[in-house]
Design a protein around this ligand. Structure first.
Ligand SMILES: [Zn+2]
Length: 212
């Protein structure tokens, strides 16, 4: 196990198999463990991730060091020590490992309401606009888990009636989807129950829909 892998997994809060073995043979990680524990606690704080910016690594480091804003600004005018870049790199790896990629506030949110076909279902959708498309996170409740012969499909529809599929899923819980269009152009989001019959068109069996 490399030091980077060990430190990233440690920061992610994993029980690292071979941890004692690595620490026994690696003085660098042994001396870093105290600081890593403090950093791990800070990484678990959602407030840290509310406004991620280019200097996220620097802010993580500053938070761990318990520095004041003034001290941080002063330090920035000096040459950045090499260890800052190393810790920042590890912090970014750890952030991915612990699923904190949703640190930026969503660009939009919408609740989907049930239709008669699934009267207790509900979904909240959060969306992030990026250069690569729109990332959506759905929190779905009240939809039964489907067998192998059907799936739920998420659709976006433009104001002039064009549909684009955003992907499929099998039951309630958290679902992450990407779609290559902007919600500003495709305002309606809806979910259908699709038989696994190879027909790419919407089945018409809508279970959740945007209240437009
Ligand atoms: Zn090591």
């Amino acid at each position: 196990m490399s030091c980077e892998a060990f430190q990233a997994r440690f920061l992610a809060g994993e029980v690292v198999a071979g941890r004692e073995g690595h620490l026994a043979t690696c003085a660098a990680c042994r001396s870093a463990v105290g600081g890593l524990e403090a950093l791990r606690d800070r990484l678990a704080d959602p407030l840290l991730w509310e406004e991620p910016e280019a200097d996220l690594g620097m802010r993580v480091v500053a938070a761990v060091a318990g520095e004041t804003e003034a001290a941080r600004v002063r330090r920035r005018t000096r040459r950045t020590p090499a260890w800052v870049a190393a810790v920042a790199a590890v912090a970014v790896v750890a952030a991915g490992a612990v699923g904190l990629t949703r640190y930026r506030a969503p660009d939009w949110e919408v609740a989907l309401v049930p239709t008669g076909a699934a009267p207790v279902a509900v979904a909240e959708v959060a969306g992030w606009n990026t250069d690569r498309g729109t990332r959506m996170e759905l929190e779905v409740r009240g939809l039964e888990t489907l067998g192998p012969d059907a799936y739920y499909e998420v659709w976006l529809t433009s104001s002039d009636g064009r549909h684009v599929s955003a992907g499929t899923f099998r039951g309630s819980g958290e679902v992450t989807l990407w779609v290559g269009v902007r919600r500003a152009d495709y305002p309606r989001i809806w979910v259908t129950l699709e038989p696994a019959d190879g027909d790419p068109a919407p089945s018409g069996r809508t279970v959740l829909d945007t209240r437009l």
